[in-house]
Design a protein around this ligand. Structure first.
Ligand SMILES: Nc1ncnc2c1ncn2[C@@H]1O[C@H](COP(=O)(O)OP(=O)(O)O)[C@@H](O)[C@H]1O
Ligand SMILES: [Mg+2]
Length: 401
């Protein structure tokens, strides 16, 4: 490699000006939050008393993934901190994503760690070896040491938490004399079904407010994406790209995360190709690639034989687009060829039949009984529930790993 080539390996192209803006996990400023004014106001009202040194109202937030629950809650909490400071009040919050910290001990530790870091306290919190309640005691000590007036714990994806010890202790910390600070919780769940369980599990004192985030429509998604276009260099996004991404995401239950992700992936594809603009075709490719990746993940845990069977079914589907389904024997014949081509031994036809029926392949295939017609009995036909190109590409990709 020449010296010049060696320098170029880090070349990032001319697509992105600030790719951080379209990365998942990036928490934009409140000014960039689009179309959630009522929700922002509701959380503002719940935290309002805390910014004046009083008790925060506990709020439970429900809604499907990608509807802005985590974003709005975090943004408003951050803003509450600034607002409180204006009133000489110390407001602190700790964000705990329970999908990463599923036990009371882990979540309590994360709460203490977040609090310490937000306070700028160089506190050494033991990694293991102490009980969940000890972690919480560390948090209560920090609240006292730093004279915190109000403390709000955001328990995101709370349905992943394996018990309600933490939530209960948050609601009781003050009355039980463990802390003099006002303590509240913001509970977030993607599962609306969780509401009943949560209502049974926690005190009525925690049920101050309940908020539901509705899915975004295409117009809102478009606006959300337009607020992120400065992630790209000027003039890079071709006309039609944002409406297309928004329309696709609106069809998939209005998920803003998916919309932003698709836009980012389309940009990456353009970057990889070395083109100067992101086109509607890049969006199509990005969606396709995402589907391939999802499928690859789905089959990653299966055996090589299952993959051969799926490959055979995908090839049959490509070659016979007019046909609804395929009989086991036909799939088996092609499966055998594919296995033997690789120098391996095929399973018996009966075993393949059972594999095909079993769990209908994780929702990848569907098996239906079909009347055999004249003289024939009924038999089972199998078909793919995905486009065969996606299946073949995913199987090829996973073979390369
Ligand atoms: N109203 C909005 N304005 C701007 N960006 C948004 C909005 N809603 C969601 N997003 C973005 O979409 C992604 C998913 O939002 P998030 O809050 O994580 O959804 P949820 O927690 O409901 O699953 C994040 O990257 C977030 O920044
Ligand atoms: Mg979330």
């Amino acid at each position: 490699m020449t010296e010049e080539d060696a320098t170029n390996i880090f070349e990032t192209g001319d697509i992105f000006a600030n790719r951080e803006l379209v990365r998942v996990g990036h928490v934009p400023q409140l000014e960039r939050v689009v179309g959630r004014d009522d929700e922002v106001a509701a959380i503002g009202r719940a935290l309002g008393p805390a910014t004046a040194g009083g008790p925060p109202e506990t709020t439970i937030v429900y809604g499907k993934t990608g509807t802005g629950k985590s974003l709005v809650t975090r943004c408003v909490s951050r803003r509450a901190h600034d607002e409180a400071r204006k009133h000489n009040v110390s407001f602190q919050h700790a964000y705990v994503d329970c999908s990463d910290y599923q036990t009371a001990a882990k979540a309590s530790r994360e709460m203490a760690t977040e609090l310490a870091s937000n306070l700028g306290a160089g506190h050494d919190i033991p990694r293991v070896g102490i009980a969940a309640s000890d972690y919480r005691d560390i948090a209560w000590e920090l609240l006292a040491e730093y004279d915190v007036d109000s403390f709000v714990v955001i328990l995101d994806e709370i349905d992943k938490l394996d018990d309600d010890e933490l939530l209960r202790s948050l609601s009781r910390a003050r009355e039980s004399g463990k802390s003099d600070s006002h303590i509240g919780a913001m509970c977030i769940s993607n599962k609306i079904e969780f509401r009943e369980r949560l209502n049974e599990r926690i005190d009525s004192s925690l049920q101050d407010n309940e908020l539901v985030f509705d899915p975004y429509d295409a117009g809102q998604l478009k606006e959300i994406l337009e607020h992120r276009t400065d992630a790209f260099e000027d003039g890079v996004l071709e006309q039609g790209v944002i409406p297309k991404v928004a329309a696709l995401a609106a069809k998939e239950h209005g998920d803003a995360r998916k919309a932003i992700d698709t836009l980012y992936e389309a940009g990456r594809l353009a970057e990889k190709e070395g083109t100067r603009t992101v086109s509607v075709e890049h969006v199509d490719d990005a969606v396709r690639q995402a589907e391939v990746n999802r499928f690859e993940k789905l089959v990653s845990g299966t055996t090589p034989h299952v993959k051969y069977i799926l490959h055979a079914l995908a090839l049959l589907t490509t070659d016979n687009p007019e046909q609804e389904g395929f009989r086991t024997h036909r799939i088996y014949t092609l499966y055998t060829k594919l296995v033997e081509r690789d120098g391996n031994d095929p399973l018996s036809e009966d075993r393949v039949y059972r594999l095909l029926k079993e769990q209908s392949f994780l929702g990848i295939t569907e098996s239906n009984h079909t009347g055999g017609g004249q003289g024939g009995g009924s038999y089972l036909e199998h078909r793919l529930l995905r486009a065969p190109e996606i299946v073949i590409q995913a199987l090829d990709d996973s073979a390369g790993d």
